[in-house]
Design a protein around this ligand. Structure first.
Ligand code: UDP
Ligand code: MG
Length: 316
């Protein structure tokens, strides 16, 4: 007996992507048609789009039963949209995650599936090249370099984004992770086993503008650091210790000078001001770091759902 055809889910968060969606549908359909050995499920998550994306997606689900669309009640952000898609994909044998802007070419999907069939639990699509330039690129490189230092991420993870494949087991493990502040590549690395890689050239956005603002990327980067490491707290402790030792030595030094009568004059105003301001600054940074963790704990204890679903369009 032939083994049953595996179900492959393709999860794609969509936020105001009307300009690229027709090409997305067309390229996915071509791919699906070329590989009838798999049962395909394209799970498009509408993250509160305000343009024509929703209409296009609903029309597509009516046209082709392999497409379904999960509509969130409003814009919850990329991470939440991805989580929504992954929870719908819970029962698929393997799940592909990719951006809707075609920066991640769907044509690579068969190569990812191939590695999964060979036994990989997670297949990462590793970028040989990137299209981002300038400040954004610098920020991304800086982030990946520091993140690699903070968490035990492997080298290849530095060049991966959303694009990749997860087996059913890893998706289900991912869906069970309870945290609210979600940094997808980090969490995927956390649940992954038997990681394989496939390299590719990252494309330019097929159309439209990037939907993630620099601000949301910075927030994402902070989530990456604070949710995966306590190093900032430790650094602050070390800094405090370092300054305390210097302060103590200086104190002893001046006390001795005073006692043996070398120093009488009331000098040192500049030193004093400098020290007060410096220590004030260091303390504020310390409090800020504490606040980052505290705020995240606050988010976790509230136990709010990551997203709310309005509709799930699919044809039975
Ligand atoms: N996206 C989303 N919700 C948002 C912002 C973006 O679902 O609030 C989707 C977007 O439609 C795209 C993916 O997330 O499919 C990546 O977004 P974008 O291409 O803007 O990010 P970048 O390429 O700059 O990382
Ligand atoms: Mg993009």
């Amino acid at each position: 007996m032939e083994p049953a055809a595996p179900t492959i889910a393709v999860v794609m968060p969509v936020f105001n992507e009307e300009a690229v969606l027709p090409e997305v549908f067309q390229r996915l359909t071509t791919l699906f048609d070329a590989h009838p050995e798999n049962i395909w499920r394209a799970i498009l998550v509408d993250d509160g789009s305000r343009d024509g994306s929703n209409t296009l997606m609903v029309a597509q689900t009516k046209r082709d039963a392999r497409f379904e669309s999960v509509v969130l009640t409003r814009n919850f952000g990329f991470q939440a949209a991805l989580a929504a898609g992954l929870s719908v994909a819970d029962q698929a044998d393997a799940t592909i995650t990719l951006d809707a802007d075609l920066q991640d070419p769907p044509e690579l999907i068969p190569a990812l599936i191939e590695r999964w069939r060979e036994g990989a639990g997670v297949v990462l699509a590793v970028r040989k090249s990137r299209q981002e330039t300038g400040l954004k690129r610098l920020g991304m490189d800086l982030f990946h370099a520091t993140f690699a230092g903070f968490a035990d991420s492997s080298r290849s993870e530095q060049n991966t984004g959303t694009f990749g494949l997860m087996s059913r087991k890893t998706v289900q493990a991912f869906n069970r992770l309870p945290e609210r502040n979600r940094f997808f590549p980090g969490l995927r690395a956390w649940v992954s086993e038997d990681v394989a890689e496939v390299t590719y050239d990252r494309q330019n956005r097929a159309a439209g503008q990037p939907k993630q603002t620099l601000r949301s990327l910075v927030r994402y980067a902070l989530d990456g650091v604070f949710s995966f490491s306590r190093l900032p707290l430790r650094l602050v402790s070390y800094l405090g210790l370092f300054i305390a030792v210097i302060g103590f030595s200086l104190g002893a030094f001046y006390a001795v000078r005073r006692l043996i009568g070398i120093e009488h004059a009331q000098t040192g105003f500049t030193t004093l001001v400098t020290l007060v301001l410096f220590l004030g600054g260091v303390q504020l940074i310390g409090i800020g770091v504490l606040g980052e963790y505290l705020g995240r704990i606050y988010d976790e204890v509230k136990q709010r759902p990551l997203y709310l679903v309005k509709h799930h369009h699919h044809r039975e």
